[in-house]
Design a protein around this ligand. Structure first.
Ligand SMILES: [Zn+2]
Length: 242
């Protein structure tokens, strides 16, 4: 996949870039998903390939996965999980001492694992995701991709979730919410654009691709309002001109 090659080639000077075996494999699944192994093998679902609008958006996602591998997140997560297990075992032993019944042990284990996941594991995963978003945007900028498309990718993901009614609160998720990722990318853009300029990339298009999705946002809001109020979409005020 040439997007991956371009990312690897443009960031080759990074110290641990050479220690990974960068490869991309396609997974026959309609889910919009991608993930990476510590080795540098990136798996991209067909659903994601169908979802992205251009190579710039694909590069943002692949660069995010590369960042996970470069930052050693897989190994970091394993050791963190071991610390959590250690505390759960101590807690279980304490409860077991007072209530030595099989049923209670099973219920308390399930309960505490869930509590630990929500209190510790979820925020930690979100921290790693944020790190990978920050570093990934730099990798994409260095490879001369239009980093503004990162904002568009997360905004499109949000539209998709809103229209499907599948938004979940951030505190219950291992990933930052799409709106937070979109805001983070927006905040990081000036720095990423300056990295791009210093890398002697061709200038970005004058028409900012984010404007297109800002117009689309009004259409999505119209659809959501029509659903909530049961109104006919054609009778709603038109905000969008083609
Ligand atoms: Zn990630």
């Amino acid at each position: 996949m040439c997007v991956m090659e371009k990312l690897v080639h443009s960031n080759w000077a990074l110290s641990n870039m050479k220690t990974h075996k960068w490869k991309v494999a396609i997974v026959d699944s309609s889910d919009i998903n991608a993930y990476v192994l510590a080795s540098g093998h990136v798996y991209v679902h067909i659903g994601l390939l169908n979802f992205v609008q251009n190579d710039n958006q694909l590069a943002i996602v692949l660069a995010h996965e590369m960042a996970h591998a470069l930052l050693g997140h897989a190994a970091e997560k394993v050791s963190y999980a071991q610390i959590i297990d250690y505390f759960v075992i101590i807690l279980m032993a304490a409860i077991w001492a007072f209530m030595p019944f099989d049923g209670i042990a099973l219920i308390t284990q399930a309960f505490y694992e869930k509590v630990v996941q929500i209190l510790l594991d979820y925020p930690y995963s979100r921290k790693l995701e944020k790190e990978a978003d920050i570093v990934g945007l730099q990798l994409a900028a260095k490879a001369c991709y239009d980093v503004r498309e990162g904002y568009n990718f997360w905004k499109l993901m949000r539209f998709s979730e809103q229209l499907q009614g599948s938004e979940i609160p951030e505190w219950l998720s291992t990933h930052p919410s799409n709106v937070n990722r979109q805001e983070l990318i927006d905040h990081l853009l000036p720095k990423a654009i300056s990295v791009r300029e210093k890398s002697h990339c061709p200038p970005l298009s004058k028409e900012d691709p984010r404007n297109c999705l800002k117009r689309m946002e009004k259409m999505v809001q119209n659809v959501l309002t029509a659903r909530m109020t049961g109104q006919n979409l054609s009778k709603l005020p038109k905000h969008v001109s083609s």
